[in-house]
Design a protein around this ligand. Structure first.
Ligand SMILES: [Zn+2]
Ligand SMILES: [Zn+2]
Length: 342
């Protein structure tokens, strides 16, 4: 029912693409990270909580239709619906049904709840197209509450030493994940302008975020002394931050479990916190769908597909252009962050 083309995952019966990487007439979007939501298509379909953030990223005037989770839409006799992927706010898996055959495209997903994205739901299907960003057994996440405990303790220790705490996190996804879970009683929480813009777009679509302050060129260094500052990691390379007297830097990503990535990021602390499923999560999710056919893409696809085949599933690797700088858990990004000023 779905095929893999040079523009993206395609449904010829409904004449739509899912997360196409070229301009098409009709693009169904799993989530607004730039490796999944490309500009220039004639019309878009997304979850309602992705609407403003898509407009922020792809342009105010895109033609966009939205759906709630589980709300069906028929295109050329094909039934489409969106289901929570637990990756970021508004992220969705796409379920496509025609004549009792069901296919599901996962987009990016994580199986552990983060408190802010609607929790992942396994959607029963005949064929499942899954991501595999962290599809190796070495990726085995600790529960998030443990990571946030470490982050809170680190912030408290920095505060006692009179140091500001800077955490690098992608503006869409990781930033809200951290903002929601960090302990705001410890001190003031600031976010970089790019994160504030994304937060505003998400709030316009109904996301509820804790109160925070926005970092501006006028923010005094003194104000930041006991603060927790969420910013794009590129700010770590700026001259602005180097003028702050005392500060510590940290970065959150699944890749922080690898020493060479920690080194490359050149931060004081790495936290293994991801918005993608780990090896166990991927395996559990695939099996929970009950799918007989599995298409694996977007990561360590060979390893995951092989392990699924050993388990008797019909699993194959498919090539897509997902991954890359759209999402700070995708491998192209760590260490390659450029420089960003305030
Ligand atoms: Zn992705
Ligand atoms: Zn993503």
């Amino acid at each position: 029912m779905l095929e893999f083309t040079d523009k993206g995952i395609y449904c010829s019966r409904g004449n739509f693409y899912i997360d196409p990487w070229r301009k098409v007439d009709y693009a169904v979007i799993t989530h607004a990270h730039s490796d999944h939501a490309y500009p220039g298509s004639r019309s878009y379909l997304s979850h309602e909580q992705s609407a403003e953030v898509l407009r922020l990223r792809l342009g105010k005037h895109i033609q966009l239709q939205t759906l709630a989770y589980d709300q069906p839409l028929f295109i050329g006799g094909v039934k489409i619906s969106l289901h929570p992927a637990g990756h970021i706010i508004g992220s969705a898996q796409v379920r496509v049904e025609y004549k009792e055959e069901v296919w599901v495209v996962s987009g990016d997903y994580k199986t552990e709840e983060d408190g802010i994205s609607t929790a992942f739901e396994a959607v029963p299907c005949h064929a499942f197209i899954t991501e595999s960003t962290f599809g190796l057994p070495i990726y085995d996440w600790q529960p998030q509450h443990i990571i946030f405990q470490q982050m809170n303790d680190w912030w408290k220790a920095n505060k006692e030493d009179g140091k500001a705490t800077f955490i690098g996190g992608y503006s869409l996804g990781k930033a809200q994940h951290i903002l929601h879970n960090i302990d705001h009683r410890i001190g003031p929480v600031y976010v970089h302008q790019s994160i504030a813009d994304t937060n505003r777009a998400l709030a316009a679509d109904g996301a509820v975020l804790p109160a925070y302050r926005t970092l501006t060129p006028e923010t005094s260094r003194r104000e930041l002394q006991d603060a927790f500052v969420l910013c794009p990691p590129a700010l770590f390379n700026s001259s602005w931050i180097k003028n702050i007297e005392a500060y510590e830097t940290g970065y959150c990503s699944g890749w922080m479990s690898l020493r060479n990535f920690r080194k490359r990021m050149n931060v004081n602390r790495g936290f293994v916190l991801s918005d993608h499923a780990d090896w166990k999560g991927l395996n559990a999710a695939v099996r929970a769908t009950g799918a007989e056919r599995v298409f694996v893409t977007h990561g360590y696809a060979e390893t995951l597909a092989r392990s699924l085949r050993e388990d008797g599933l019909d699993a194959e690797v498919v090539q897509t252009l997902y991954g890359g700088a759209g999402d700070d858990d995708h491998p192209a990004l760590p260490g390659d962050t450029g420089e960003e000023q305030l």
